[in-house]
Design a protein around this ligand. Structure first.
Ligand code: SF4
Ligand code: SF4
Length: 424
């Protein structure tokens, strides 16, 4: 990595502790990613982004701030990036995916909170992540209890605007979400000093839809057998989508997809055509959480789709682009975002339907229902997910884990037994 020490010092980061993270990440990335064979060359861009993870993009965000722009940190796929970009701001996903930050989170949170929340709080409070330092404002949401209470703690350290996400999907809930989007727009206008216009919102709706289309293309390529890209690589791309420049991300992902199309035409893949095809469903995997994918794919199976917020929930359903007034555009945004099926809703039959649909589309041989430890929402919904999969005769394995490596061997043993059961 180039020398960014001055930039990190200017961000008032804890440089000594941050050095430990900078030393550990390339080793983990080398072991998990660079050890793979026959990777598409289009992954070079994403490798580069990781190799400069705390350098290049943070430097771009700071450049944007120097020109008077604002940066908004987000934590959930219900927060509409379109509003932020329409006001000339930049949205960057901040969810923490590393065990490195968990102890700092546990200093202010109970142990029995999910690792994603603990790592996110820990990344801010330990001053060891430039993204968490750079953001002018965090945008939280009322999705799960852990996050709701974490915002109150983080609010002592950084300005936060919290969006009140409804828990049901009745017409009045969709209307209520429209109001929340309107309130976000007002807040973003206030902080950036820029007015959102129907024209600027139309542009940002197109920009984010194009990113969704590129990710859709990437995922569709994984419907082929042999699969032209590993699950690990597809996961990395979508993790980077959360904070990369959207236009650049779209063009780099489309370039990768051009290469994947050629591989599909040539019948080339990264796993044998008869390798077991696995879907992951459940809680998000924020960068650099590659734990489950690594175990599954080094056990000989291919992960072909993730029904997750770092998966299909992030890019399925485009925003209707036909609105010509801000009111119509906000309605279209609310309608699109409320189609996403997170376990924080009740009832949430759409998620089970999505899982069954994706199982068919991606021709999966088995599903791993993945649950971050202490996520009450997804672990409880697991009962209905497993029931539906069993009824559809699709083998399912429930895995609950955290970010540590301690249970790696035990998970590997369970996955190997599951793959044997699938019989491929
Ligand atoms: S799992 Fe739910 S709360 Fe978490 S990022 Fe996804 S939509 Fe948001
Ligand atoms: S994984 Fe579950 S507990 Fe953790 S932030 Fe997401 S919804 Fe909340």
């Amino acid at each position: 990595m180039a020398d960014y020490r001055q930039m990190w010092a200017d961000l008032d980061m804890d440089l000594a502790t941050h050095d430990l993270l900078c030393d550990a990440l390339p080793v983990a990335f080398g072991d998990v990613y660079l050890s793979q064979e026959n990777r598409p060359s289009g992954m070079d861009y994403f490798n580069f982004v990781v190799s400069e993870i705390h350098g290049v993009r943070p430097a771009e965000l700071i450049e944007h701030q120097k020109k008077g722009g604002k940066v908004f940190g987000t934590f959930c796929v219900y927060v509409p990036d379109e509003i932020i970009f329409a006001a000339g701001g930049i949205a960057a996903g901040l969810c923490g995916g590393s065990q490195f930050w968990v102890p700092a989170g546990e200093q202010v949170l109970p142990r029995s909170i999910c690792p994603l929340v603990k790592a996110s709080v820990g990344a801010r409070l330990s001053r060891t992540c430039p993204f968490f330092r750079i953001a002018d404002m965090y945008i939280g949401e009322t999705t799960c209890d852990g996050k709701k209470k974490a915002w109150e703690i983080l609010a002592q350290d950084v300005p936060i605007h919290v969006m009140d996400l409804p828990q049901m999907k009745r017409d009045k809930d969709i209307k209520a979400w429209e109001e929340e989007i309107r309130a976000l727009l007002a807040k973003v206008e206030e902080l950036t000093g820029n007015k959102v216009t129907a024209a600027s919102l139309a542009d940002s709706i197109k920009l984010i839809n194009q990113k969704r289309q590129a990710l859709n293309r990437l995922y569709s390529s994984r419907k082929s057998a042999p699969v032209p890209i590993s699950g690990k690589d597809a996961l990395l791309a979508i993790q980077i989508a959360f904070y990369d420049d959207p236009g650049r991300f779209t063009s780099m992902t489309n370039a990768l997809c051009d290469e994947l199309d050629k591989r599909i035409e040539a019948g080339e893949g990264v796993f044998p055509a008869d390798a077991p095809r696995i879907m992951i469903t459940g809680t998000p995997m924020a960068i650099p959480n590659w734990k489950l994918h690594h175990i599954v794919e080094t056990s000989g199976a291919a992960i072909v789709v993730e029904e997750s917020c770092t998966g299909t929930r992030y890019f399925e359903n485009a925003v209707d682009e036909s609105g010509t007034t801000i009111d119509e555009q906000i309605q279209a945004l609310a309608a699109r975002y409320m189609k996403t099926n997170c376990a924080c809703f009740t009832p949430n039959p759409g998620r089970v339907q999505d899982i069954l649909r994706l199982a068919e589309e991606y021709r999966v041989d088995g599903v791993i229902d993945y649950n971050l430890q202490f996520c009450g929402l997804y672990s409880t919904e697991s009962y209905l997910v497993q029931q539906a999969l069993k009824e559809a005769n699709i083998p399912v394995l429930h895995i609950e884990t955290d970010y540590s490596e301690q249970d790696g061997e035990q998970i590997k043993t369970r996955i190997e037994a599951f793959l044997e059961l699938i019989g491929k």
